[in-house]
Design a protein around this ligand. Structure first.
Ligand SMILES: O=C([O-])CC(=O)C(=O)O
Ligand SMILES: [Mg+2]
Length: 218
């Protein structure tokens, strides 16, 4: 009962994601570091687990992979300080923030919300729960991703602009965080296209790894 957060895919109410949170990514795009975390949300219906496929959403012609470290919230909280944030971390997960890039580009050009391009069914492939004791060095751990065996993303979480405690604190000033909620901490450089028939494999140091096939909708 008290450890409901371990089953975050069933019990969590929201997935809050940070974007442009890696120095290398921001530099590669020639843009300034954001002065505060940039947030968006994915519905929990976006979760899939290993064994399920990533389905290209209706009408999408350009699907992008983004490997990310996720944080699972263990206790309801709001307005907490960065120094208290670790008390509310239940554990971690490895996740993909799948993005319909063509929809994303259009949304940005037309100043429209990101809900569709980031929140469609299967847009959040996620590992199982990772105990926080297993990932005590979460602020300097390797995140990697391969498409059909070719490395596309490979970076340390030490390259984050806003740290995990800073992100939790910032988010909690605007949203009450609940048991099992997940915060995705942004993707490092190297996000790129994937096509139907390809396989995405990703991992978090030697602690977690997962594999997903990309398929057409039907
Ligand atoms: O897709 C994007 O442009 C932003 C994003 O989610 C990230 O940086 O993780
Ligand atoms: Mg992302």
């Amino acid at each position: 009962m008290s450890e409901n957060y371990r089953n975050f895919k069933e019990n969590g109410k929201k997935i809050i994601a940070v974007c442009r949170n890696y120095k290398g990514l921001v530099a590669a795009q020639g843009i300034q570091n954001p002065e505060k975390p940039i947030l968006f949300m994915k519905p929990t219906s976006a979760y899939i687990s290993e064994g399920q496929d990533i389905k290209i959403p209706l009408g999408c012609k350009l699907l992008y992979h983004e490997v990310e470290l996720g944080v699972v919230i263990s206790k309801r909280c709001s307005n907490i300080s960065p120094s208290d944030a670790s008390d509310y971390i239940g554990g971690f997960l490895l996740a993909l923030d799948m993005t319909a890039k063509d929809f994303h580009i259009e949304a940005k050009e037309k100043s429209r919300p990101w809900f569709l391009c980031k929140g469609f069914d299967t847009s959040c492939p996620a590992s199982g729960f990772i105990d926080k004791e297993k990932l005590s060095n979460y602020s300097d751990t390797r995140l990697w991703l391969k498409v059909d065996g070719v490395t596309k993303q490979n970076c340390s979480t030490s390259d984050m602009i806003f740290s995990v405690p800073e992100i939790i604190s910032y988010v909690s000033k605007y949203f009450t965080l609940e048991v099992g909620d997940v915060i995705l901490t942004g993707t490092p450089a190297g996000s790129g296209p994937v096509h139907a028939g390809q396989t995405i494999e990703c991992g978090l140091a030697d602690i977690a790894a997962m594999k997903f096939a990309v398929v057409e909708l039907n």
